[in-house]
Design a protein around this ligand. Structure first.
Ligand SMILES: Cc1cc2nc3c(=O)[nH]c(=O)nc-3n(C[C@H](O)[C@H](O)[C@H](O)COP(=O)(O)OP(=O)(O)OC[C@H]3O[C@@H](n4cnc5c(N)ncnc54)[C@H](O)[C@@H]3O)c2cc1C
Length: 836
């Protein structure tokens, strides 16, 4: 009986915490129970200690509800301690944090995501006008582009492609129609970049840069009316080519530390003495700089002579400078690997610009970092993620097709278990990447600027692309390695590090930004607590701190209880918002979200401000948040697509893989917990019965491989949005051969069964003749087999070059000079070594 009464007490408290019943309602419920049990004692033998315990707990909670009392006893005492241990934010960190908004990430941080809210978000879609552009000018531009010619022969887009891009508004997708721009939604912007990237990365990067973080975006949000009216129509018409220069040799990832400066001064401009800035900069890696007519420049502004007021260091600022301005140095090129978009350095020394060239005018001096971070919070979710998904879709399309076309040991290689694994990874990843891309765009199109989710997308979709392309290369074997117009993978492969590095290099994004910013931004209380303790310690600050702290305590207790109960019940306690084959995944994600929120709080509480320097822990927590988000996106996509049966393996692969990675991340944090003994306790709460998730099963892997090497609606949905060539070019030949091979399959099997020999592109003429003569196949089938074998041969072929031509091409790339230089250096080195 004692155990039963104890269990009633514990269970009541656990359920109140699990369901997050607000404090006052909890007190009312407990008071009601105390009263009820007191009355029931007349009918049942309810022990006095039980009733007293209920009463004491109710009164203690009531004490917490009395704010003056709890401030006196608890929060005022903790206020000083928190002031010491809470992380201090630099001004650039604070501005980055305050930029953008939180969206579904806040739900994941809450430990109790409201799934219906996610499912109620609009379905993705683009307007008829946008679709027309994609089917018209984008398709047209894709047809103009020859990847090999651009990258390996001209090392630039052809002049007619440049002209077409400028004249058809490709640079104006984000510019409002009233300025002559296309004013596309984020979904459409992404769809354009994705389709172009599937054809040629150089064209995609050239188009995406003016539509991403740069002069257009900054002007629209922060420019003066005069600046907008002057520049936006010129940018929209392609008359101006913009670039944006932030990175310096000294300041890469730590861009805020740029040494480039502008000194406020007066000087002569167009015959008049005006207030302005004398700029000195040295920037590198700037995309479009070699051909830009308008340079967006980030620099730190100083006012040593106090022309604007007391403040000497005004902070990071942005200006727009016509590149024809005397002293502006542009023109020379860097040569990024795998793509030949324009990229180069820009420099200037003591270049005077009038104050009205500062974006937003004088009043926006010093606001540059905030402006950039705001723009990045949205832009980072569009361009590079679209590029990444394009790579995944192309890898799915081409590798699936190639694995069906290429046979070894008389079997299409896609039928081998070993090849099924990379095929499944390619398909599964692509489906998940695309789901995340689209979900984040839904947020953007509703006006959100989800900084943390954008960072997740940038990191995961570029990294996912890298994994897809590497797997694609492995499946292609030698075909992927030999360069030439027939190789449709080499540029994707070579260019991989570009998107990994730009707009926040991936290592930094994972280990510093995603959880570091996410924890502060998306956590329901942390930023409020930090704000309260970081300012002046007055009464209001203490009150704010008290409010945030007690919400935080309730939140942590609830997440601890939720983690434990969901762990004990294998997630079954969490409700799923719908029925179906995927309902169980909602429950598992709710369980993992609670575990994540609990774990994140535990780590932050133990480490305080030191957390900033624990990047390995932060990276693991980021992995958990990332996969909670990717898995949410998968569920939303599956619902939005109408739960197609054929897509189920893709969903299952993504969900199983994400849950497994979440588990890996949690385990990694537990194994490296700041206080090892507590790690053991945390493990007990999160995984009371051990680790529940495993990698995708062989059955799922097989199903996806099958999906990729066959024609189906699911395959079409997976690769939807890329340029599908039907021409006699590298990818067009693969598409054609794929369909022919599938169509010829029954006839080839009939030949093999009858003549006991497999058909291949060297023996097919003889076999087809014999099979037709003996009535094994019809004439029509014979034609199909011939066409399929010829098409296969053209896909399997790789390029050969006469030795002389190969040498000429190396010379024209400037490699010959390089070689001579190397020889010189080598002989100098050899001489030096000899004299030593
Ligand atoms: C092709 C190309 C195009 C570009 N276009 C532009 C452009 O148009 N405009 C522009 O302004 N810039 C541009 N950039 C610059 C780009 O944004 C930078 O390259 C990027 O910010 C990284 O800087 P970095 O290359 O100097 O690397 P570094 O900052 O030297 O970083 C090297 C490595 O250290 C890691 N790292 C650094 N700090 C940390 C940390 N605290 N924690 C963990 N890891 C860390 C990084 O993740 C990276 O892996 C471009 C770069 C390239 C290559």
């Amino acid at each position: 009986m004692t155990a039963l009464f104890l269990a009633i007490i514990v269970l009541s408290l656990l359920l109140l915490a699990y369901y997050r019943i607000p404090l006052l309602i909890s007190i009312a419920i407990l008071a009601g129970l105390t009263f009820a049990f007191t009355e029931l004692r007349h009918f049942y033998p309810i022990p006095g200690w039980f009733r007293w315990s209920f009463g004491i707990i109710t009164l203690s909670l009531a004490g917490f509800a009395l704010k003056p009392l709890r401030r006196l006893l608890i929060s005022n005492r903790l206020f000083g301690l928190f002031r010491k241990v809470m992380p201090r934010l630099s001004s650039t960190e604070r501005e980055a944090l305050e930029a953008g908004t939180v969206w579904w990430d806040a739900e994941l941080f809450s430990g109790k995501p409201r799934w219906r809210r996610l499912l109620r978000q609009p379905k993705p879609g683009i307007s008829a006008r946008e679709q027309e552009f994609i089917d018209g000018p984008v398709e047209e531009l894709c047809l103009m582009l020859d990847d090999w010619e651009i990258c390996d022969e001209h090392q630039d887009l052809p002049e007619f492609a440049w002209k077409y891009i400028r004249e058809n508004g490709f640079f104006s997708m984000i510019i409002p129609q009233k300025y002559g721009g296309l004013e596309f939604s984020a979904q459409a912007n992404s769809a354009v970049v994705m389709k172009l990237a599937s054809r040629n990365l150089t064209a995609a990067v050239t188009v995406m840069v003016p539509n991403s973080l740069g002069p257009g975006e900054l002007l629209m949000h922060y420019g003066t009316e005069e600046q907008k009216n002057h520049y936006l129509p010129r940018l929209a018409s392609g008359e101006e080519i913009p670039c944006f220069a932030l990175t310096s040799p000294l300041a890469g990832s730590d861009a805020g530390a740029m040494p480039d400066k502008g000194i406020v001064c007066k000087d002569e401009f167009e015959g008049e003495q005006v207030l302005g800035l004398r700029l000195t900069w040295n920037k590198r890696y700037i995309t479009l700089a070699p051909v830009a007519t308008l340079l967006g420049l980030a620099f730190r502004a100083f006012d040593p002579d106090g022309l604007l007021g007391e403040k000497k260091d005004l902070g990071i600022s942005c200006a727009l400078i016509p590149t024809a301005t005397p002293g502006v140095e542009i023109g020379s090129r860097h040569m990024p690997i795998g793509a030949v978009f324009m990229n180069g350095p820009t420099r200037g020394k003591d270049v005077f610009i009038p104050m009205d060239w500062v974006i937003g005018g004088q009043e926006r001096l010093g606001q540059g970092w905030r402006m950039l971070m705001q723009s990045l919070a949205a832009g980072r979710a569009i361009s590079l993620p679209s590029l990444g998904v394009a790579g995944g879709k192309m890898a799915s399309m081409l590798t699936g097709a190639y694995a069906r076309i290429r046979t070894q040991f008389d079997v299409p290689i896609g039928f081998f278990g070993g090849v099924e694994e990379p095929l499944a990874r390619i398909g599964g990843r692509t489906y998940r990447m695309d789901a995340a891309r689209v979900l984040t765009l839904i947020a953007l199109d509703q006006g959100e600027k989800p900084g943390v989710l954008s960072a997740i997308n940038k990191y995961q979709l570029t990294e996912g692309n890298r994994q897809c392309i590497i797997d694609a290369m492995d499946v292609h074997g030698g075909k992927g390695i030999i360069q030439g117009p027939n190789n449709y993978l080499s540029h994707f492969y070579q260019a991989l590090p570009i998107s990994i590095t730009v707009e926040g290099a991936n290592i930094l994004t994972r280990s510093m930004i995603i959880f570091g910013q996410g924890a502060i931004r998306a956590h329901p209380c942390l930023l409020k607590e930090m704000n309260a303790v970081s300012g002046i310690a007055n009464t209001q600050a203490r009150r704010d701190f008290d409010n945030a702290l007690f919400v935080h305590i309730g939140f942590t207790i609830s997440n601890t209880v939720r983690s434990l109960l969901l762990g004990l019940t294998g997630g079954r306690m969490a409700p799923a918002p719908l029925r179906g084959p995927h309902a169980k995944y909602f429950r598992q994600l709710s369980r993992m979200s609670a575990a994540f929120a609990f774990m994140a709080d535990a780590v932050l509480l133990l480490l305080g401000g030191k957390f900033k320097f624990k990047e390995k822990l932060s990276g693991r927590l980021a992995d958990i948040l990332i996969h909670l988000y990717l898995a949410s996106a998968l569920l939303k996509r599956f619902e939005d697509d109408g739960r197609p049966d054929g897509d189920l393996p893709l969903l299952v692969w993504g969900m199983d893989d994400s849950l497994y990675r979440i588990q890996k991340g949690l385990r990694g944090v537990i194994m490296n917990f700041p206080v090892p003994v507590l790690g053991w306790f945390v493990r007990l709460i999160v995984f009371p019965f051990g680790r529940p998730y495993s990698e995708p099963s062989d059955k799922t892997v097989k199903a996806i491989a099958k999906l990729l090497i066959n024609d189906s609606e699911s395959r079409d949905r997976l690769i939807d949005g890329v340029f599908i060539s039907d021409r006699d070019d590298a990818t067009g030949r693969v598409n054609k051969a794929f369909h022919l091979v599938l169509a010829a399959g029954p006839a080839e099997r009939a030949i093999k069964n009858a003549l006991k020999e497999s058909v291949n592109f060297e023996n097919y003429e003889g076999l087809v003749k014999r099979a037709t003569e003996s009535g094994v196949i019809t004439e029509e089938q014979a034609t199909m087999v011939r066409l399929a074998q010829r098409a296969s041969a053209s896909v399997i072929a790789v390029d050969e070059f006469p030795r002389e031509q190969a040498k000429r091409s190396a010379d024209s790339n400037g490699n010959a000079n390089e070689t001579e230089k190397n020889i010189e250096t080598r002989s100098e080195y050899e001489q030096a070594s000899a004299s030593e």
